[in-house]
Ligand binder design. Structure first.
Ligand code: 6R9
Length: 655
């Protein structure tokens, strides 16, 4: 029965497990006034390039492009010959068009009394000053600037200043180690590092500068380190170091924006990559801004005059680049930026912020939603969140139960949930419901957006239809696609374009249901092969999370002498759940009932926490090590490595 290659039968198994029948139609008033209607799908299907041209026309170009797409697979150039300045599009044009007094960012520091309001006019001045400062430091177009900062206003200002002068930023998440920072500085050959003395984390200042010093000590190519004073803590200050307030504050607050080529690089962002050297994903100017601006307008139905938009991601990740900085600003949105964690100083902090700023659109991650479920329904219930109208999710598959909880307890059953699938590499959202069009299904990312041609294929690359599971691919180039891996075209081709001929392979499993809607099933490396059946970790996790006692679950396949692989589950219980009795037995029976006996875990362990990457994704690789009783692999990308000790303590039964 056990077979190595997933054949037709196993494809069916993967697809037929989860049957979710709930549907949520768009609210009538939202649908009636929606930015994008169902016609967009038809328009894009008829003329895909024409569709993206109209999206590009939402931006201000200094020179219109000659050719929309030059495609020499797998290398794409979009809007060839066009010239524009990203910072001008994100900031100046709003001021010129009379919206200078409009708030760009409500910034909320982690300490509760610490906030700043930044209008578009303020932002224009700050970006101009920072651009002048970078030029004074000798930064020129094409130079690389490493950015290692907490979530403070100077972070988006620094990125926009780089974009303005055509310098390529490379943001390294502020939680990464000196080694990680150093390898990214070296790979991109960065000339400048922008950082801060520190940031606030869970109520206390946490230093960043010493980490930068350690990395810079071994980076002779770095000429200057520009340091924002945020926490005021004592930090060592050396020859290369310059205080932001000394240099930037004395600059002129105007700066002429030079237009850049549509294909000039905008930024590099390293994917954290659990194995091997991190990949420097390269994004360019015109196509990237076109797609992030259009998707932000369409997927969140953003009305810049009235909406208050909040994306809770860190700017250190692509979600922050595309949907805190570039997309929202290009659209002239008013956004909230929050520096801290959801539990500081209390577990209602997010909802307090929603209430304070009357947030209308909230974009967060399944890991956060499951944490809120664990903390209990009573916490969000204490706050007035009646301003909310659209809820977004990104980062991992959202389990149907987490979706429904989000819809009900945060959105009061009134707000559509848009589950947005995309990657650092895709630059912008690719698969998502449209809130005024799509009748959403909990757990499904639904359809490729207009202008995006995605498909589900079997291991031979043939399109899988009704109810079939397989591999997600993208068949046609899209404007915000990565152009290459920085300095490594071969790795770009090998990683993304070699698995299936002529198709982009993102590395995710997916299924298409009978209605043609797409469900993302997690990374293909995580798919389990049990008695010859391909079973997705996502589906078993979703079945576990659908049990009222479970807040979060992670499932892995562990080698098993009988079945090839056996399912091992790690679960976190919801706040207040009764732990007495045979909880493992109860959950195993629940999975068998929901998905079928084949998907029943061999073991279930109740744990206090799960290992997650710093961007909140579950690290199943480490759990596999535990389940197979091996010593742990690389734990450096974990948020908190003590989590693995907590799990190990629970383990005798795992053997
Ligand atoms: C934006 C971002 C990309 C990987 C991606 C996939 C997973 C992201 C998802 C999702 C299911 C969603 N992912 N969004 N899986 N449904 N809505 O997260 O970029 O950090 O590069 O991660 O995240 O596995 O391939 P990145």
């Amino acid at each position: 029965m056990a077979t190595e290659t997933p054949g037709q039968e196993t494809q069916e198994t993967l697809s037929n497990l989860l049957s979710e029948t709930r549907r949520f139609a768009p609210p009538a008033d939202l649908a009636a006034a929606a930015n994008v209607t169902a016609e967009a799908y038809e328009e894009a299907a008829e003329d895909r390039l024409g569709f993206w041209e109209r999206a590009a026309d939402r931006l201000t170009w200094a020179r219109r492009w000659d050719t929309t797409l030059e495609w020499e697979p797998p290398f794409a150039k979009w809007f060839v010959g066009g010239r524009l300045n990203v910072a001008y599009n994100c900031v100046d044009r709003h001021v010129e068009e009379g919206r200078g007094g409009k708030v760009a960012f409500y910034w909320e520091g982690e300490p509760e009394d610490d906030s700043r309001t930044i209008t578009y006019a303020d932002l224009a001045k700050e970006v101009a000053k920072a651009a002048n400062a970078l030029e004074e430091l000798g930064v020129r177009k094409g130079d690389r600037v490493a950015v290692y900062m907490p979530m403070i206003p100077e972070l988006p200002i620094a990125l926009l200043a780089c974009a303005r002068i055509g310098a390529i930023h490379s943001v390294v998440f502020g939680g990464f180690s000196a080694t990680a920072l150093k390898s990214r500085i070296h790979d991109a050959d960065a000339k400048i590092v922008i950082t801060a003395d520190g940031g606030f984390r869970r109520g206390a200042p946490s230093a960043l500068k010493p980490t930068v010093d350690e990395a810079v000590a071994e980076s002779p190519g770095v000429e200057h380190v520009l340091v924002v004073r945020r926490t005021g803590q004592d930090v060592p200050f050396g020859d290369k170091d310059v205080w932001w307030h000394d240099l930037v504050d004395r600059q002129a607050d105007t700066h002429e924006p030079v237009p850049h080529d549509a294909e000039d690089p905008l930024y590099i962002l390293y994917t954290s990559g659990t194995t091997g050297k991190p990949k420097g994903i390269l994004h360019t100017t015109g196509g990237y801004l076109t797609q992030v601006a259009w998707t932000h307008h369409a997927v969140f139905d953003l009305k810049p005059e009235t909406d208050i938009y909040w994306c809770t991601a860190d700017i250190g990740w692509v979600t922050g680049h595309s949907y805190i900085v570039y997309g929202p600003l290009a659209n002239g949105a008013t956004s909230v930026i929050y520096e801290g964690t959801p539990d500081t100083p209390h577990r209602g902090r997010f909802w307090e912020i929603v209430q304070k700023y009357k947030v209308t659109i909230l974009y967060t991650a399944p890991t956060a939603i499951r944490t809120f479920m664990k903390w209990g329904d009573d916490i969000p219930a204490k706050f007035d969140m009646s301003s909310l109208r659209v809820l977004g999710s990104v980062g991992e598959p959202i389990n149907p139960e987490a979706y429904v909880w989000y819809r009900e307890h945060i959105g009061a059953g009134r707000c559509p949930v848009v589950d947005t699938w995309w990657q650092t590499e895709t630059g912008g959202i690719m698969i998502s419901p449209l809130p005024g069009v799509t009748a959403g299904k909990p757990g499904a990312a639904m359809r490729p957006l207009p202008g995006v041609v995605a498909d589900v294929v079997d291991d031979q690359g043939n399109s899988v239809q009704n109810g079939g599971g397989g591999f997600l691919v993208v068949r046609e180039p899209w404007p915000s696609m990565l152009r290459t891996i920085w300095g490594d075209d071969k790795r770009y081709v090998d990683t993304y374009w070699s698995r299936f001929d002529g198709m982009y392979f993102p590395g995710d499993g997916a299924k298409r249901d009978e209605d043609g809607d797409l469900w993302l099933l997690g990374r293909v490396d995580d798919v389990m092969l049990v008695s010859g059946h391909n079973i997705s970790t996502t589906e078993v996790e979703s079945a576990l999370v659908s049990h009222p006692k479970v807040a979060e679950a992670a499932v892995v396949g562990a080698t098993d002498p009988v079945t090839g692989q056996a399912i091992v589950a790690f679960v976190i219980l919801r706040g207040g759940a009764d732990e007495s009795g045979d909880i493992a037995g109860e959950l195993r029976a629940h999975v068998a009932k929901t998905l079928g006996p084949i998907a029943k875990p061999r073991q279930i362990m109740v744990v206090p926490e799960l290992p997650k990457t710093r961007s909140g994704k579950i690290m199943r690789r480490l759990l596999r090590d535990v389940a197979e009783n091996r010593s742990l692999g690389d734990v450096t990308t974990l948020t908190d490595s003590s989590v693995m000790n907590l799990i190990a303590e629970k383990l005798p039964s795992a053997k």
